[in-house]
Design a protein around this ligand. Structure first.
Ligand code: SF4
Length: 190
C-alpha cells in the first residue's frame, strides 16, 4: 500500500467506535519521506476540529522546540498519534480502540522506515518503548529497537502545565539534533 492510499483508507475508517464521535480523523502531517517520526497518544479537541496533529497551544510550543533545532513539521519530520480519532472528553483510548488503530501506525512505520522516533508523552512512550518507562526520569535517553532510535520527551501539554520542565525538554531536542546528525541522511537537507 502506498502512503496516500493508507491516508485515504484511514480518513474513512470505521473500525472502532471512535468513528461515531470524531469530527475529523487525524492521520498525521509532514513529510512522508521523513527520517524522524514524532508520535503522540491521540488527538484532542483542536486536533479533532482541524484534522491536524498537535495544534493549539501545545502544538505552538512543540513548533518552537522544533524550530530551535531547525526542524519543521511541514518539511523534514512527520507527526502523528497512535490512535487517529479523538476519544470523547479526551478520555484514555480503550483497549479495543488501541488494537483497531495500531495497524495504521504499523503501516506508516513500514512505509516511512524512520530512523528516529520521538514519543511525545508517557502514554506513547509506554506503548512504543517500554511499559515501565518513566518519562519524567528517562526523557532524552535513547533506546534502539530493530535498528530504530527511540526517545521519549515530555508532552507539550504537560509542559504548559509545568513550565519549570521546559529547559529539560529543550535538552531533549538538543539531543535529538545530535542524533539526527549521527544517524540521518537527509533530514537537515530538506
Ligand atoms: S480510531 Fe483508528 S481504528 Fe478507530 S475509527 Fe479512528 S482511524 Fe479507525
Amino acid at each position: 500500500m502506498e502512503f496516500e492510499q493508507l491516508r485515504s483508507a484511514c480518513l474513512s475508517c470505521e473500525k472502532c467506535g471512535l468513528c461515531r464521535t470524531r469530527t475529523n480523523v487525524v492521520f498525521g502531517m509532514g513529510n512522508p519521506k521523513a527520517e524522524v517520526l514524532f508520535i503522540g497518544e491521540a488527538p484532542g479537541q483542536t486536533e479533532d476540529e482541524t484534522g491536524l496533529p498537535f495544534v493549539g497551544r501545545s502544538g505552538k510550543l512543540l513548533d518552537q522546540y522544533l524550530k530551535a533545532v531547525h526542524l519543521d513539521r511541514e518539511k523534514n519530520i512527520f507527526i502523528t498519534n497512535i490512535v487517529k480519532c479523538r476519544p470523547p472528553e479526551n478520555r484514555d483510548p480503550q483497549p479495543d480502540e488501541w488494537d483497531a488503530c495500531m495497524p495504521y501506525l504499523r503501516e506508516q512505520f513500514k512505509l516511512m522506515r524512520p530512523k528516529i522516533v520521538v514519543c511525545l508523552g508517557r502514554i506513547a512512550a509506554q506503548r512504543l518503548i517500554r511499559p515501565d518507562i518513566s518519562v519524567m526520569k528517562e526523557h532524552g535517553h535513547w533506546e534502539v529497537k530493530n535498528g530504530v532510535w527511540f526517545m521519549a520527551t515530555l508532552h507539550p501539554a504537560a509542559l504548559l502545565r509545568s513550565p519549570g520542565q521546559k529547559p529539560a525538554a529543550f535538552e531533549d531536542f538538543v539531543a535529538l539534533r545530535e542524533k539526527i546528525h549521527e544517524v540521518c541522511d537527509h533530514t537537515y537537507d530538506n
